[in-house]
Design a protein. Structure first.
Ligand code: F6P
Length: 344
């Protein structure tokens, strides 16, 4: 390692999604080609730094990965600052700090969602030079307009809902589909509108099953042969039940209409990234390398009104960016007769 060469570590943590490899490629290629830095790949999120599961990444390893889903580095949900089962504060942060020094790292790039950025901020406070990149299909990371992974998930969910229309019409059924998003309704709102959902239930909006039943019965009364109900996994419901199962069974009981449920699940996290996500992830990655070059640490790259910028990690950690009840797609959906579970 040339003594004047900066050496950066890259890790990917939390739920995987399409676009992570595009982000790794964006950081890595910019660091190597533009700044002559060295790149170290860290396996399986923060646990790779504890276990020293690392390897040098040459530029050739970054070729051909922009289209590849998932993460070539592997990921985990390991949280080094989370007390262990015995409630003792673990020594994992200290081990990470020692290994960061042992590796001779000048910076650490953490690609992940809100949990990852919270850990990134805590490591930054321990003195590590950290840059965050916001990643998640949930689109719920504070401080940026959008995370990569979200656009691909919306495309996947929209295509799935499109397919439900034809089978619903053939059988004259109510089809309920549950989408991911954790506590946020971004995927459900965007794909619900894109795919012509008739009922869209979001964690951010209280719903009344009576109103949902009324809406479906009214649709039937005016001759609509089927209905599509799009529900977010995070809506209020008995914990032991999935959102789809709870809503589907209630609808069938309250309306007498034949109902079937689909849980789209991990399909939303798989496969190749959309072009939009490839571009956003590349922009995020390249900017992370620029921030390292400029020594602007303790920050997360972000998008504000289509401009790539950055925000202090301090502002991001532990917060969720949820839908506002007056989001323009909710307003537009309502004015077109979409039922969000409130008044008809
Ligand atoms: O954060 C992404 C996400 O897919 C959420 O939408 C979902 O609730 C969660 O991860 C599932 O977690 P896991 O991958 O640990 O099962």
């Amino acid at each position: 390692m040339g003594k004047d060469k900066k050496r950066i570590g890259i890790l990917t943590a939390g739920g995987d999604c399409p676009g992570i490899n595009a982000a790794i490629r964006g950081v890595g290629k910019t660091a190597i080609v533009k700044y002559g830095m060295e790149v170290v790949g860290i396996a399986n999120g923060f646990s790779g730094l504890v276990d020293m599961e690392v390897h040098p990444m040459e530029e050739k390893e970054l070729s051909g990965i922009i289209t590849v889903g998932g993460t070539i580095l592997g990921t985990s949900r390991f949280k080094p600052f989370k007390p262990d089962a015995g409630h003792a504060i673990t020594d994992k942060p200290q081990i990470i700090k020692q290994n960061y020094e042992k590796l001779g790292l000048d910076a650490l790039v953490c690609i992940g969602g809100n949990g990852t950025q919270k850990t990134a901020n805590l490591l930054s406070k321990e003195g590590l030079n950290v840059i965050g990149i916001p990643k998640t299909i949930d689109n719920d990371v504070w401080g940026t307009d959008v995370t990569f992974g979200f656009d691909s998930a919306v495309d996947i969910a929209t295509e799935a809902i499109d397919r439900l229309h034809t089978t619903a019409n053939s059988h004259k059924r109510v089809m309920v589909i549950e989408l991911m998003g954790h506590h946020a309704g971004w995927i459900t709102l965007y794909s619900g509108i894109a795919a012509g959902g008739d009922v869209i239930l979001l964690p951010e909006l209280e719903y009344d099953l009576e109103k949902v039943a009324e809406c479906l019965l009214e649709r039937s009364r005016v001759g609509k042969p089927y209905s599509i109900v799009v529900v977010a996994e995070g809506i209020e419901r008995p914990k032991k039940k999935s959102a789809a199962s709870y809503i589907g069974k209630k609808i069938e009981k309250m309306t007498g209409m034949e109902t079937r449920e689909t849980i789209l699940g991990y399909i939303q996290r798989g496969g190749t990234p959309s072009a939009q996500d490839r571009i956003l992830a590349t922009r995020y990655g390249a900017h992370a390398a620029d921030l390292i070059h400029r020594g602007e640490f303790g920050t997360m790259v972000s998008l504000k009104n289509d401009t790539i910028t950055s925000v202090p990690l301090e502002e991001v950690g532990g917060k969720l960016r949820l839908l506002k009840p007056d989001h323009y797609l909710i307003e537009q959906g309502r004015s077109m007769g979409v039922c969000f579970g409130g008044k008809l």
